[in-house]
Design a protein around this ligand. Structure first.
Ligand code: MRU
Length: 343
């Protein structure tokens, strides 16, 4: 089985998600700048995975920073990693956690601080796998037996430190003995569904079928789909969900056809400082990702193209939000706050 991200004596090792599924190659980031570039270029992607990567980037930066002016260097490391991608809140959550640890250790010997930061980054990775397993356990019961589950983008082991959020729910349902088919939207323009989700499920022996994004409505209407399960990049206090572009259309079509729409995400994806999804920053990526597919031009030269990487699904379309602490249902202002404060 592949490893999404690992801390090794050589540096931070990640499976290169830009090359999958045709090549299974690992890259080693030896500096925090290389980790930042890997996040920006989507060698690693998916909200929890980029949180783990950012934490490891902070640790790597601290490890190589000299004693002089350590405070300022630490700030630069954190700022560089925070500037990589704007939407997934797990990135900022992980950097804040590393900063808090650093502040609590200020004045201690440099080596002790560096060791503690490395251990914390590894702890964040280990916890993420446990959190995904708990999300899976909490969500498995929602998945109807003998039906097809539709998912969008990749919210699997590749998008986390392992096991996955939306795919964690699917994995846990299969482990419980449910017989499922998975439909994966191809997820234009970056093709996370086509390149990553069906590859990852195949590695696990879970049968999946690839569909193009514009087929989702047709299959949701057909009665074959028992539920939709997706991940999230940021969830506002009212339950609005930012996730991969196209998620909103799937949610509306699911509601229109009476199909439950579930979001699976860790508590670290909640951003209760935002009252609604209107204020979630949406990353705009290069037009060339739309005008080209895998480097091959598919549109007339010079044609303008838009490329918002995420959209926001209003909470009214979300049947439930599955977290490691339990399942939140509307009204989300209350249920999400209750989960955050639950120990
Ligand atoms: O642009 P990406 O590939 O980082 O977007 C990923 C998603 O939108 C995922 O659905 C989300 O991060 C949840 S991953 C568990």
């Amino acid at each position: 089985m592949f490893e999404t991200i690992q801390w090794t004596p050589d540096g931070v090792v990640m499976i290169d998600q830009t090359r999958l599924p045709l090549e299974e190659k690992y890259v080693t980031c030896r500096t925090y700048q290389e980790v930042a570039a890997a996040i920006r270029d989507m060698i690693i992607r998916g909200a929890p995975a980029i949180g783990v990567a950012a934490a490891m980037g902070v640790a790597l930066g601290a490890l190589h920073a000299g004693e002089a002016d350590f405070d300022r260097q630490f700030e630069t490391i954190c700022d560089t990693l925070a500037a990589t991608r704007p939407t997934a809140v797990n990135l900022f959550w992980a950097i804040e956690r590393m900063k808090r640890l650093y502040l609590s250790l200020r004045g201690r010997p440099g080596d002790e601080i560096r060791r503690a930061l490395v251990e914390e980054a590894q702890r964040i990775r280990g916890e993420d796998i446990e959190i995904c397993r708990a999300i899976g356990r909490n969500g498995a019961g929602l998945v109807p037996d003998g039906k097809t589950v539709l998912t969008h983008c990749n919210a699997g082991a590749l998008a986390t430190a392992g096991y996955g959020t939306a795919l964690g729910v699917i994995r846990a349902a299969v482990e419980c003995g449910k017989r499922l088919d998975v439909f994966a939207d191809e997820t234009r323009p970056f093709l996370q569904g086509a390149r990553l989700t069906v590859w990852e499920l195949d590695q696990d022996g879970i049968a999946s079928t690839l569909i193009t994004d514009n087929m989702a409505g047709h299959f949701l209407k057909s009665g074959r789909i028992g539920c939709v399960v997706v991940g999230a990049d940021r969830i506002a206090a009212n339950g609005d969900v930012a996730n991969k572009i196209g998620t909103y259309s799937v949610a509306v079509l699911a509601r229109e056809n009476g199909v439950p729409f579930y979001v699976a995400a860790p508590i670290s994806t909640l951003d209760l400082t935002l009252a609604s999804g209107d204020r979630i920053p949406i990353e705009q990526r290069a037009a060339s990702e739309v005008t080209h597919i895998l480097g091959r031009q598919v549109a007339p030269t010079g044609i303008p193209a838009e490329n918002p990487a995420f959209d926001v699904t209003p909470a009214r379309y979300v049947t439930a939000i599955v977290t490691e602490r339990g399942v939140a249902r509307p009204p989300y202002e209350e249920s999400l706050r209750e989960l955050v404060h639950r120990l």
